[in-house]
Design a binder for this molecule. Structure first.
Ligand SMILES: NC(=[NH2+])NCCC[C@H](N)C(=O)O
Length: 410
């Protein structure tokens, strides 16, 4: 039986990818909610959708099958039946702050009256108080949250499908996300993997599920080849989660090396893939801002030790670390913005380092990062540019907006 998930590199020819078309959730909020929702501006929805469709078409034109999370989630619920639908709704309400009580009951009735697709879309978009026919009388509603417009917040970051789950080998991690704004997202991935006919009972291995306190996000999880991963120690992924997933990968799969790379903890560089991506057998993008004096950066190469323990090797020469792990004689690290501090800062902010490889040496990037794109071409890459005025306001680029499900082996 061929596995419905197969990802043994960052660069193998992309066959199937998971996207989320931006919906009402990306505009269903006010400026004062932006920091909490991890957005820097409010995108203009019709243009964001147009840009996203352009991105999806670019992938399709290059032979990639595009799946949509919102559709898979509804299909999974259709296939699973009433009990699962009820449990999913209960879990979503609990994680939205309503384990029980009158608001829980009102929201359950409201969402419960919808078909699965409408219910999924509604949960993603968020629920305003004025759309539910109910006047709460409890003290919390009256005294504490009276001025707040939402019962359930929108989930604007869903179009960054890279983060709530990550396909690794024939399995995946379904992630416990760092910030409350994104924690409910991976519930959708969980029901898809458990109940969608494409994935259910097909031997998909979950390396690490979402029932953890320690945090990991897919933007930090890079599959370099069929036995080496790089994982960012970042604002979003903690060292203990990396140790945990490394142990599981070593125990049950073909992976024997995890390179933990420590990057600055800030919003512009929230994940490793905002500053470092693999784009060919021996080529990577790297934002010069993560390299310290003399080009150094903290890395720990983790390998299996005795009795299920882990061995650690701390080194600071990223190029040499990668050359050793990937058994390469040389390696081309291509600096975002060609190393100019102003251009690099600007283009990194708009995801100039966040390239999606759809085959070795073929990448999808935002057109706005023209200096980095030109440099990639000079280094021999084929660059497919996509339009990017609105999508980039959410602080993510082509790699963040895509979750590869199947890639050819390299
Ligand atoms: N893989 C990525 N770099 N994802 C970008 C996610 C951006 C999103 N606004 C967040 O802060 O979570």
């Amino acid at each position: 039986m061929t596995s419905p998930i197969h990802v043994t590199s960052e660069i193998g020819k992309l066959k199937t990818v998971l996207l989320k078309r931006p919906g009402r959730e990306i505009e269903n909020f006010t400026p004062d909610m932006m920091p909490r929702l991890l957005f820097d501006d409010i995108p203009y929805l019709p243009i964001a959708q147009k840009e996203h469709d352009y991105f999806a078409d670019t992938l399709r034109d290059n032979g990639v099958e595009v799946l949509y999370l919102e559709k898979l989630a509804a299909e999974a619920l259709d296939a699973a039946g009433d009990k699962v639908r009820n449990d999913f709704l209960e879990q979503m309400l609990t994680e939205s702050g309503y384990a029980a009580g009158t608001i829980h009951d009102a929201l359950k009735e409201y969402l419960g009256s919808m078909n699965n697709q409408d219910m999924v879309n509604k949960i993603m978009e968020g629920i305003r108080k004025n759309e539910v026919d109910f006047v709460p009388t409890d003290l919390v509603s009256a005294a504490e949250t009276e001025g707040y417009e939402f019962y359930m917040d929108p989930m604007p970051n869903l179009y960054f499908t890279r983060d709530p789950s990550a396909c690794i080998g024939e399995g995946l991690s379904i992630n416990h996300m760092t910030f409350p704004a994104r924690q409910r997202e991976s519930l959708f991935n969980e029901i898809v993997i458990k109940y969608h006919p494409r994935f259910a009972n097909k031997g998909v291995h979950v390396w690490r599920d979402r029932n953890h306190d320690t945090r990991i996000e897919g933007g930090d999880e890079l599959v370099l080849n069929d036995h080496v991963m790089a994982i960012g120690v970042s604002q979003r992924t903690s060292a203990d989660a990396i140790q945990d997933i490394a142990k599981n990968l070593f125990k049950e799969g073909h992976f024997d090396t995890v390179i933990a790379i420590k990057i600055p903890h800030n919003h512009a560089m929230m994940h490793l893939d905002t500053v470092f991506t693999m784009i060919n057998y021996d080529q990577f993008t790297v934002h010069p801002g993560i390299l310290g004096e003399g080009g150094h950066i903290d890395t720990w190469t983790i390998t299996p030790g005795k009795n299920g323990e882990l061995n650690l090797d701390h080194r600071t020469d990223l190029k040499q670390v990668l050359k050793d792990a990937l058994k390469l004689d040389d390696l081309d690290l291509i600096p975002t913005g060609n190393g100019d501090p102003i251009i690099a800062g600007r283009e990194q902010w708009n995801d100039g380092s966040n390239t999606l490889a759809i085959a070795p040496g073929v990448v999808v990037t935002y057109n706005r990062n023209y200096v980095s794109n030109d440099l990639l071409r000079k280094h021999g890459l084929k660059v497919l540019e996509v339009i990017s005025s609105e999508l980039s306001r959410g602080r993510g680029g082509p790699r963040c907006m895509s979750c590869p499900i199947v890639r050819e082996d390299i």
